[in-house]
Design a protein around this ligand. Structure first.
Ligand code: ATP
Length: 455
């Protein structure tokens, strides 16, 4: 794994994974742009999450809700009142700091001074104006989590899919938080993507499902290539527990800057549906909720055995896509000493995450028959639907191997003179991890590649 954030930042920029946002204007703190390879990696990680959450289960539905919603969503979700971080100002260096780790000893992160203000609450939501008129009522917020769109659509999903408990709703999308101190590359940013599942179950079955999801989510991260020894659980207690949560388990990963939260798995009880439902008095809501004067829907489900309407409990595994990508890159980063004394950098991604699946390189740039066969193979492999297959005609295979090691391409295929002269058109297939080269007939290449990526 990578030892420092700097080596990752530099590889990400050099090879086109991640760039500083607004770089040509001096950058913008807490905003990053995903380049040609970054977007592929991100899409692959999202697809893996969606596959495991929606396609491989039969009790989860997908959703894509709007980012900008009615401001009442954030009034009743509790975000308007409580989505804050404690902030202090440093009198010495004039910086503003997030103070939640300062506890009793208040020392400025930036200059070490103890001459800082008392902490005060800072709301992390970005406020925005909707429509051409600007007045007291025209505001709303960019969503600080995707979850609320799931709760507000609870009735729509139940009515359109006839779901009964237990079942879940999954969503991937952008969230925005005006973090006081964004830092550590894409670990803490102001605009990021979340992959969230809200899993609804009967009250009383919530603890069982909470335990299930903590285990399932850890296994998923292992399947993405993270090593067991780099993952830890943290049982969130006391003051650190969100007001809506009965219990939360954070899944931590050993990032280059230390063990930090990758995903949180919370037991949100009946807080959210209880907060957003109309006719709150008709239900026995266990959570402490604000009196709702605006909702037009009952967010409950019929318990067929007891023959009554009931507000389900909710378990939420909430993962950061950008943090996930950083974890996967950290883990994949490898520097290897080769027998000839040189070193190579390899990103040892799991094949399903690799941004480029196969690179096809003609050995000779200007030999039409070689070029034609290479292009034909590219088109054939692309049709398999595995992801990006790259035809690359630089005429320098050695350099190509090095570059593709550094971006984690599992397979390189070279087409040479033998390929056009010998029967069966043999091509050379080179493996990223072992660097072994084998000869495969052109006609057998699609089956070889499918077998590699599907198994
Ligand atoms: P932290 O304590 O690090 O601020 P959090 O506990 O506020 O995180 P949650 O509200 O539980 O985070 O959000 C769920 C997930 O969303 C986190 O586990 C993380 O992966 C991701 N996430 C939250 N805030 C950010 C951010 N500013 N930048 C990138 N990812 C984030």
């Amino acid at each position: 794994p990578a030892k420092t954030m700097d080596e990752l930042v530099s590889l990400c920029k050099r090879r086109g994974f991640i760039f500083q946002g607004s770089e040509i204007y001096g950058g913008m703190q807490g905003a990053y742009d995903y380049g040609p390879l970054g977007i592929e990696l991100k899409n692959n990680l999202k697809a893996a999450w969606w596959r495991s959450m929606v396609y491989e289960r039969d009790d989860v539905e997908g959703l894509d809700a709007a980012i900008v919603q009615n401001k009442h969503v954030y009034k009743y979700s509790g975000h308007e009142d409580t989505f804050t971080d404690p902030m202090v100002d440093c009198h010495e260096c004039k910086s503003r700091l997030r103070a939640d780790h300062m506890k009793d000893i208040k020392v400025c992160d930036n200059c070490g001074s103890t001459n800082v203000t008392e902490p005060r609450d800072f709301n992390l939501m970005f406020k925005t104006n909707v429509g051409p008129m600007v007045n007291e009522d025209s505001y709303t917020y960019l969503r600080p989590e995707t979850a609320q769109g799931i709760f507000t659509n609870f009735k729509n999903v139940v009515d359109s899919t006839s779901r009964t408990l237990p079942f879940g709703i999954a969503q991937i999308g952008k969230s925005f938080r005006n973090e006081i101190t964004p830092r550590n590359f894409i670990f803490r940013v102001r605009e990021f993507e979340q992959m969230e599942l809200e899993f609804f179950c009967k009250p009383g079955e919530d603890e069982k499902w909470h335990e299930f999801w903590v285990g399932a989510r850890k296994q998923w991260w292992l399947d993405q290539g993270l090593a067991e020894e780099n993952i830890q659980f943290e049982y969130v207690t006391g003051d650190d527990l969100s007001h809506y949560s009965k219990s939360t388990v954070d899944i931590l990963y050993k990032f280059p800057h230390g063990f930090e939260e990758l995903e949180g798995v919370a037991n949100r009880t009946d807080y959210d549906l209880g907060s957003h439902t109309k006719a709150q008095d008709e239900f026995e809501i266990t959570a402490k909720v604000k009196k709702n004067e605006h909702s037009t829907a009952k967010l409950a489900i019929r318990d067929l055995e007891a023959n009554k309407w009931e507000i389900p409990f909710c378990i939420e595994p909430s993962a950061g896509l950008d943090r996930g990508l950083l974890a996967v890159m950290t883990e994949a980063y490898t520097e290897e000493e080769l027998p000839n004394g040189t070193t190579r950098t390899v990103l040892k991604f799991k094949p399903h995450l690799a941004p480029i699946k196969v690179a096809i390189m003609p050995l000779k740039k200007n030999k039409p028959e070689i070029v034609a066969l290479a292009k034909e193979l590219k088109n054939k492999l692309q049709k398999l639907g595995l992801g990006r297959i790259l035809y690359e005609n630089t005429g320098n295979v050695g350099k190509g191997y090095r570059r593709h090691d550094e971006v984690g391409t599992p397979i390189c295929v070279t087409v040479d003179f033998d390929s056009i002269e010998q029967e069966g058109a043999p091509v050379t297939v080179r493996d990223r991890d072992t660097m072994e080269q084998i000869v495969v007939k052109a006609a057998d290449l699609p089956a070889y590649v499918i077998n590699y990526f599907i198994n």
